[in-house]
Design a binder for this molecule. Structure first.
Ligand code: ATP
Length: 401
């Protein structure tokens, strides 16, 4: 197995790091990539505005998910957990024990590569791993690089690959921290990582989370979910706004509800239960063990507590999974938009789409019936609110008979 090892302060991790990691994975045909945020970088002092190691670790995890690589990408906390300076040779020794038979490759940019011979124990580093070096600016990969490659090869018997990055992102974390402190949103920062920074007020950002503009609210929401769910949340927003315009609901409320509706989707059962208890939300027997039913409840709590959303929005989020008796138009819109937004592909979805712009109740009823049928086919229990929502709309359809 060929393993790439990419360490850095990642304070914060940015599109330059991500582009380099992707290019190296491709060029070296890696089987696995390890991203390792440094605890105490030996070569530079952490800035005063630096983020805590736990935040740098979380942001690196977000970046790993957003790389979209087909190989496993692990984010390791070994340097954050180790006392003292984060020497690469200690990390490599540990990894060599863990991967005794595998080919290890250290990935690094210009600044690191050109000073590698000055690191702690370069001979040991270069006996354990090969080096894949890439430039950070167009002028970087030049004679200096070749000279350093030759020097390392001749002096240490190093294995060195020089990589011309197909996409150069000329930025440093220092520049990003400065831009953030001035209230700017750097393009060179992934949207979700920017959202994470806003949520935790890192790097001198002081946004009031209860009064965010749409872009910032989206970034915060996306920072709480996996990359593969983002297209669904975008689609749900698009659909909810379309339906709000048609059915005479404030489109801002529909947009906010859609953006936040899945923000706790990846929480564990324990996390959901803890927040429900804190917010005084009683859970019935089924909800006590059905993690899939709980993100609507905790999502509503977060929408209220963290993002200051009005009651109508929180209620729409609260009921979007099961539905309920006598839903408001906004609640129906979120329920059905979640079910049939443009990215959804299942048999019957076209029928829903044909109905929803002319008869919202009929579309919700059909959605509830399809949902019940689907749950029963899979042998999953159906929550009583869903039965009641379905029966209520059936009765309404038959004029209360
Ligand atoms: P800082 O500005 O805080 O010093 P940085 O942007 O240099 O941070 P690090 O986390 O120190 O980022 O870098 C980790 C590794 O990523 C290093 O090997 C570095 O050379 C490389 N690297 C950093 N930025 C880029 C970039 N824009 N393009 C390619 N490689 C980069």
């Amino acid at each position: 197995m060929r393993i790439g090892i990419y360490g850095g302060t990642f304070d914060p991790i940015h599109r330059g790091h991500m582009a380099a990691a992707k290019a190296a994975a491709d060029r070296l045909a890696l089987d696995r990539l390890l991203l390792i945020p440094a605890g105490v970088p030996p070569h530079k002092a952490l800035s005063n505005a630096s983020a805590e190691g736990t935040h740098r670790l979380e942001m690196t995890r977000l970046a790993a998910d957003r790389l979209g690589l087909s190989i496993p990408v692990d984010v390791l906390d070994i340097e954050l957990c180790r006392e003292g300076k984060s020497y690469t040779c200690d990390t490599l020794r540990t990894l060599r024990e863990q991967y005794p038979e595998d080919e290890l490759w250290l990935l690094m940019g210009t600044d690191m590569f050109l000073t590698l011979h000055q690191w702690y124990r370069p001979e040991e580093i270069l006996s354990i791993a090969g080096v894949c070096a890439f430039g950070r600016k167009p002028e970087d990969v030049d004679t200096q690089f070749s000279a350093q490659k030759q020097y390392l090869e001749e002096t240490y018997g190093a294995k060195v690959v020089i990589l011309n990055l197909p996409e150069l992102v000329e930025v440093s974390s220092t520049e990003i921290r400065a831009a953030l402190a001035e209230g700017k949103r750097p393009e060179t920062l992934d949207e979700s990582i920017y959202g994470y920074i806003l949520r935790f007020g890192l790097y001198g950002t002081h946004k009031d989370l209860k009064h965010l503009n749409w872009e910032d609210l989206r970034a915060c929401s996306y920072s709480m979910i996996r990359a593969k769910r983002i297209p669904h949340v975008r689609g749900c927003e698009e659909e909810a706004v379309r339906l709000a315009r048609i059915w005479g609901v404030d489109e801002n409320l529909a947009r906010a509800a859609a953006i936040l509706h899945d923000c706790t989707k990846y929480w564990s059962l324990e996390e959901h239960k803890a927040l429900c208890e804190k917010c005084g939300i009683a859970l019935d027997d089924l909800e006590q063990s059905a993690v899939k039913l709980l993100h609507s409840k905790t999502g509503a709590c977060i929408a209220h507590e963290v993002f200051g959303m009005p009651d109508e929005v929180c209620k729409a989020i609260f009921w979007h999974t099961t539905g309920k008796v006598n839903m408001t138009t906004l609640e129906k819109i979120l329920y059905i938009a979640d079910y049939m937004e443009p990215n959804r592909k299942f048999s019957g979805v076209e029928k829903l789409r044909a109905l929803v712009y002319t008869d919202l109740d009929a579309a919700c009823l059909l959605g509830l019936e399809m949902s019940v049928a689907d749950l029963e086919r899979r042998g999953n229990p159906v929550h009583k609110n869903t039965w009641e929502a379905r029966d209520f709309l059936r009765k309404e359809k038959n004029n209360g008979c």
